[in-house]
Design a protein around this ligand. Structure first.
Ligand SMILES: C[S@@+](CC[C@H](N)C(=O)[O-])C[C@H]1O[C@@H](n2cnc3c(N)ncnc32)[C@H](O)[C@@H]1O
Length: 311
């Protein structure tokens, strides 16, 4: 099965909602493409939520026999955002208030084992700032870093400052939601020492050093064409899915029509049987009347013959 189908099947297991999980197939496809292209073995994602990007990316990391680390405190207070407009903040707060983070965490743990990622995925239930020590202590060199945790300027800046020293010069950084005003300062800071090799409306891919113009052009060409191809494929794929669903629902409509006509036929048969039964009952009644009359007449004649007078 090709990577597109694999990623689609994995994403289908994880619902997306208002709070997160907007990682599209084209985004995770690009990430997997780079992991396989550059033989990357260590992936770190800050902000996992349900794993809409962590699981599809771990699929490629597993192919390279590497390991993914997913960092998320799964905690209501850490998830709140303050650098957003009042209306958005209200929506986020309501969403968080109604969310059971414990359930989300259990879902992620179960999916990790269901997908066979036990040896290739480690979950760190901490804030990003609290997990830096783990990477330092274990001398872990991060080859791909995905920043998608708390989007408040203070925290995104902190993520950039704390995690950049754990990367090497060829490491790749994925910065999510670059269109958020609160994320922009960290993105600008990041660009000072790195090179952008891909930018969409919502996310960017960077290399952790200033690289030659020619290499940038190569990356840009590869990534843009791959992205457009996958976006096109996704549109086609979903159009086909819709057609299939329409076919299925069309067939179901025919089945329902057939069932309805079967029911109608059976109702008519029942009506016919009822009318036959009624007719037979009436016949039986009139037969009983005839027998009674006959008995009466016959007995009357017999009595008169024997006793010489009427009954
Ligand atoms: C936008 S969601 C992540 C979406 C995810 N990357 C995906 O593609 O589906 C943001 C997540 O960041 C987590 N988060 C909040 N503060 C964090 C922190 N300080 N460190 C790590 N994760 C954090 C939240 O709990 C939430 O699950």
């Amino acid at each position: 099965m090709n990577i597109f189908n694999q990623l689609y099947n994995i994403s289908e297991l994880i619902s997306s909602d208002y709070f997160g999980g907007g990682s599209t197939l084209s985004k995770t496809y690009l990430m997997d493409y780079l992991i396989l292209r550059n033989d990357l073995k260590t992936y770190v994602e800050i902000g996992v939520y349900k794993g809409r990007s962590l699981f599809p990316v771990t699929y490629a990391i597993k192919q390279n026999n590497g390991i993914s680390y997913g960092i998320d405190p799964y905690n209501k207070d850490a998830a709140r955002e303050f650098d957003v407009e009042k209306d958005t903040q209200k929506l986020i707060d309501e969403f968080i208030d109604n969310m059971d983070f414990e359930n989300v965490y259990q879902f992620v743990i179960e999916l990790k084992s269901k997908l066979g990622f036990e040896k290739h995925l480690e979950l760190i239930r901490k804030k990003s700032s609290e997990s830096v020590e783990f990477f330092l202590k274990n001398n872990i060199n991060i080859e791909m870093l995905h920043i998608d945790g708390n989007h408040d300027t203070k925290y995104v800046m902190e993520d950039v400052e704390l995690f950049l020293p754990l990367l090497n010069l060829n490491s790749i950084i994925i910065m999510d939601d670059i269109n958020w005003d609160s994320v922009k300062p960290a993105y600008e800071k990041l660009k000072e020492t790195t090179t952008v090799i891909f930018e969409s409306d919502t996310f960017a891919i960077l290399i952790n050093s200033k690289i030659q113009e020619e290499i940038v052009k190569e990356y840009e060409f590869e990534l843009n064409s791959t992205f457009n191809l996958i976006e096109g494929l996704t549109d086609k794929f979903f159009a086909n899915e819709q057609k299939n669903l329409e076919n299925i629902s069309g067939k179901k409509d025919v089945e329902i029509r057939n069932l309805k006509s079967d029911i109608l036929k059976k109702e008519n048969t029942i009506k016919e049987l009822e009318s036959i039964t009624n007719y037979q009952k009436e016949s039986l009644n009139s037969l009983e009347n005839v027998i009674n009359k006959f008995k009466k007449n016959f007995l009357g004649v017999l009595y008169q013959n024997i006793y010489g007078k009427k009954l």
